[in-house]
Design a protein around this ligand. Structure first.
Ligand SMILES: [Zn+2]
Length: 534
């Protein structure tokens, strides 16, 4: 997602994390949710289909502060305990695949936001990231347990309802009380944090579909009526082209349709699978740009289809989306878009307060909010940018395509990603991933030089000045640009080994340099702290 300023404080008081459940693997959720015409009480029922290992004798479902009316199993109601945070259901010995049904009601304290939208109309939006599905949906609420989901939403007939997947018109029900049941079905397994509904008055515009093999991917823009023309012509003008770039670079769009939805999400944008939600205010203020659309759209591949198995690997989601915002921008508008984005990413990271922590940060496993930081986003993007530079265009995109193909609709770790990229690059990249993912910080270089006119060589000394706790960095290819007084320019690549703090080397140069530039194309995440003649 994209974050907004006030977010962190608002989220820091969220529920503590609960991990994956041993021996339980949810396959499918079927939710029936009745949204109220007024007030905030929802009535709901959940069918949960799960696989269990022989040793699993209970299933725990997270559900916070709702009233649980019954839990059923094979048409019988069964005993359960509920402490306001977790429904615990004992399981009889038996089937490998099992189903339980939970009926519940209440006022969601979070996760499903019932209120008035920025245009003053009643509207209801889910906003589940990271572990807020549990405030309205009984789930194994962790990204490691993805499942398919069908959500049947009962709401006033005058409303429109959007959710993950495809709309199942055959099961739609008009009711005598002026309400309507609208069923949506997502046939691809998705994480609970991207399971959504949005309900209210919308204008829905249809953009040119993206072609996906023999199928087409419908692309829709759902907005409050006042904001429809703006949305179509500014932030979503190239919604289809953005999908096409990702399909060309990475692989087929992972879902049945793509809806871009104006909503009350507290994030700038939230990458819900096949139904991306965006903050409503930037539409109203006419300030919304395309960057957030590129970021969230690329999450459909990275984050949604391939999901981080646990929170410390969240850079697999946010670092990728941050990088692909720039990559898509470059594909549409030229390379300078990516170059500018990476410069801004470097500055954001350098000035952040997380340079003392590594990207893969197990210290925050139970606290995913804290992982919405400059390591996961801009530094994560830099890891991809540097990997791209290290192994080259062809191996980089071949690797990303293989990674997507292999882990699509599943989950992955940083090690999984490394393994795929090493295979495609035919290289051991352990040093690369170690220093950039598991070490904190970045190289800070002092560079000195001296010209030996007799030998026509420059003698270079490079000192890694960063804090000792960050460790040393190996830079197999560091480009230097030498500029002569008469305008001559020559580039030379040198190697900075990570074996010691000092590197000294000599390179041929036919003239006395007046100026030396380090990494002139900005290919590496580093800072030159001092440079000059020895
Ligand atoms: Zn994101």
């Amino acid at each position: 997602m994209r974050t907004v300023g006030s977010l962190l404080a608002a989220l820091l008081f969220g529920a503590p994390a609960a991990g994956q459940q041993r021996g339980i693997d949810v396959q499918h959720y079927d939710f029936l949710v009745a949204l109220p015409d007024s007030g905030s009480v929802i009535q709901a029922r959940a069918w949960i289909v799960f696989r269990r290992s022989p040793g699993a004798d209970t299933i725990d479902l997270q559900l916070v502060d709702m009233s649980v009316d019954s839990v059923g199993h094979s048409q019988r109601s069964i005993a359960f305990t509920y402490d306001g945070r977790k429904i615990r259901v004992p399981l009889a010995r038996g089937a490998r695949t099992d189903t339980i049904v939970v009926s519940y009601h209440g006022v969601p304290r979070d996760g499903l936001i019932i209120g008035t939208n920025a245009r003053g109309r009643r509207a209801i939006f889910a906003d589940n990231w990271p572990e807020r599905a549990r405030y309205w949906l009984p789930t194994v609420d962790h990204p490691s347990d993805k499942a398919t989901v069908a959500i049947d939403v009962s709401a006033p007939a005058s409303w429109r309802v959007v959710a993950n997947g495809v709309y199942d018109r055959r099961r739609e029900v008009f009711r005598v009380d002026g309400r309507m049941n609208r069923p949506w079905v997502e046939t691809r397994p998705i994480p609970t944090y991207t399971m959504v509904i949005g309900a209210g008055e919308f204008t829905v515009s249809t953009h040119r579909p993206a072609i996906n093999g023999r199928d087409t991917v419908p692309i829709q823009v759902w907005t409050y009526p006042e904001d429809s023309a703006f949305a179509d012509s500014v932030p979503f003008r190239r919604a289809t082209e953005i999908v096409e770039v990702m399909q060309r670079l990475i692989g087929p769009f992972p879902y049945e349709k793509l809806a871009h939805v104006q909503s009350s999400t507290k994030f700038g944008g939230m990458e819900n699978s096949s139904a991306i939600f965006y903050a409503e205010k930037p539409y109203v203020e006419r300030k919304m740009g395309e960057g957030v659309v590129r970021h969230e759209t690329s999450h459909q591949w990275f984050g949604d289809a391939v999901t981080e198995r646990d929170w410390p690997d969240i850079w697999l989601s946010e670092g990728f989306a941050t990088y692909f915002d720039g990559v898509i921008g470059a594909a549409l508008d030229g390379d300078s878009v990516l170059a500018n984005a990476m410069r801004a990413n470097a500055e954001n990271y350098f000035k952040s307060d997380v340079t003392d922590r590594p990207i893969v940060d197990s210290g925050y496993a139970a606290d995913p909010i804290k992982l919405l930081n400059a390591n996961s986003y801009p530094k994560g993007a830099w890891v991809l940018h540097m990997l791209h530079g290290t192994i080259g265009d062809s191996a980089f995109f071949r690797g990303l395509r293989a990674y997507y193909r292999t882990y699509r609709d599943s989950t992955a770790t940083s090690e999984d990603f490394q393994r795929v990229m090493e295979k495609e690059a035919k290289a051991d990249l352990g040093w690369f991933f170690h220093q950039w993912l598991y070490q904190p910080g970045y190289p800070q270089l002092d560079v000195t030089w001296q010209y030996d006119a007799g030998a026509r060589k420059v003698v270079l000394g490079i000192t890694q000045r960063q804090e000792p706790e960050w460790g040393l960095f190996g830079l197999p290819v560091l480009t230097l640009e030498f500029r002569g007084a008469n305008g001559a320019t020559v580039r030379r690549d040198i190697t900075v080994t990570g074996g010691g703090r000092e590197t000294s080397t000599r390179v041929d140069l036919p003239f006395t340099p007046a100026e030396v530039l380090v990494d002139p194309d900005g290919k590496l995440l580093l800072r030159v702290t001092a440079i000059g003649r020895r």
